[in-house]
Ligand binder design. Structure first.
Ligand SMILES: [Zn+2]
Length: 416
């Protein structure tokens, strides 16, 4: 395989991705705002101390879990251990390449989850100690198992496609693979609410009543077509209050946690819904999916270039993309790549979330409830009020509560 074509394709895709980011991301969600977070302004010293103690207990295990996963995957990918594992798990079933990819992906995913299980259990017990988790250990373990199957299933689908293409088109697999992976991202995001979400939760329509009327009325005022509002049984896992939108086109849905419906006031629910309507109106899921598809296509081109670099390939014990023993190496490269682009994608996500916040204020014109509910949500969910820059970069997909509170003050100054 020549390296020229994938290099050119990668450069083109990255350029398009950068241009798309410049055009679609709301870099200044509230023009003219000067957002200066100040936890002490809205929270007492005791409230801050409780949240800090919680995160001090939780963060080391999050970092450790991340580090252990990356190191283990790198070891499996860049030594022959991973290749041997792929061969071994498929042998009882005849060792065909499809079984090697399927079971190899499952084995690597399960192994990483198993090795990090004590750390995850430690996080879970911290959540319980602070009253945030409502799970029992059996249901928690069941979730871990379901998570492994869903993760491995979705990953195996992509890997089967790439390895299969590698076997039929030795020279041009990466071009077909880039297109196929981009399509898989789009199809996955579209089908996610129908295929993946039901594995973890059950959903019911928000029952008829004043709350439902208010939500649908809000959507109508906003000019967003919403046929149904769903409630998920989040309370079987968590006490946290939340809501989200997922899917696009015919699978688009607004989902409220049952905890939110049970414990928030109608005004608070209205604000949360107005935020989600902001996502729907701006087609954030669809735009995010398109950006993800571009990123995935670029990642396949980068993968082709890395695999054409023989020291990497030799270390993995695989002969090329057509060889199913490539699975651990690809998983390692994906993990390292996702880790590397995580801070950038979180930054984009925070800007999009801030725009949805501004939308909710513009729609409800209710900054007082916004500020009150942000304070209450932060206390109920034990949000990080003053996140460490590293934690903020690695994990924060939303602006911090104190940023949101500073933003609402700026909204009042500019538009109130
Ligand atoms: Zn949001």
């Amino acid at each position: 395989m020549t390296r020229r074509a994938p290099t050119v394709a990668l450069a083109v895709l990255l350029t398009v991705l950068c241009l798309a980011l410049v055009v679609t991301v709301p870099w200044t969600p509230l023009p003219g705002a000067d957002v200066v977070p100040d936890p002490a302004r809205d929270f007492t010293a005791a409230q801050i101390a409780r949240e800090v103690a919680f995160h001090d207990a939780l963060r080391p295990t999050s970092y450790a879990s991340l580090a252990v996963s990356l190191v283990l995957l790198t070891l499996l990918g860049l030594t022959r251990v991973g290749a041997r594992l792929v061969r071994a798990v498929a042998r009882p079933l005849g060792g065909g390449w499809v079984w090697q990819v399927l079971l190899g992906t499952l084995a690597v995913t399960a192994l990483v989850r198993l090795v990090t299980l004590p750390l995850r259990a430690r996080s879970e017990s911290v959540l319980r100690a602070y009253g945030l988790s409502t799970q029992t250990w059996p249901s928690w373990l069941l979730d871990v198992g379901r998570g492994v199957l869903v993760d491995a299933g979705l990953t195996a689908l992509a890997l089967l496609t790439l390895v299969g293409l590698g076997r039929v088109a030795r020279r041009t697999w990466w071009a077909w693979g880039a297109a196929a992976t981009a399509l898989l991202v789009v199809a996955g995001s579209f089908a996610y609410p129908l295929v993946v979400e039901p594995v973890f939760n059950s959903f019911t329509s928000l029952p008829a009543g004043p709350l439902r009327d208010e939500v649908l009325d809000l959507a109508a005022r906003d000019g967003v077509a919403v046929d149904d509002v769903l409630v998920s049984d989040a309370s079987r896992r968590t006490t946290a209050l939340n809501a989200y939108v997922s899917g696009f086109g015919s699978t688009r849905r607004v989902v409220l946690y049952d905890t939110l419906v049970a414990r928030a006031t109608p005004q608070e629910v209205a604000l949360v819904v107005a935020h989600e309507l902001g996502h729907a109106e701006e087609r954030d899921v669809l735009v995010g999916t398109a950006l993800g598809a571009l990123g995935a296509a670029a990642a396949v081109c980068a993968l082709a270039l890395l695999l054409s670099w023989s020291p990497v390939l030799r270390r993995s014990g695989a002969e090329g993309i057509h060889d199913p023993r490539i699975v651990p190496l690809v998983l390692a490269l994906v993990a390292v790549g996702s880790f590397a682009v995580g801070p950038a994608s979180n930054l984009v996500s925070r800007r999009i979330e801030a725009r949805a916040d501004v939308h909710s204020l513009d729609l409800t014109r209710d900054p007082r409830t916004f500020a009150d509910s942000q304070r209450r949500l932060a206390l109920a969910n034990l949000s990080d009020l003053d996140p460490h820059p590293l934690a903020y970069a690695l994990f924060a997909t939303h602006p911090s509560t104190t940023e949101r509170l500073a933003m609402v003050r700026e909204w009042e100054r500019l538009r109130g």
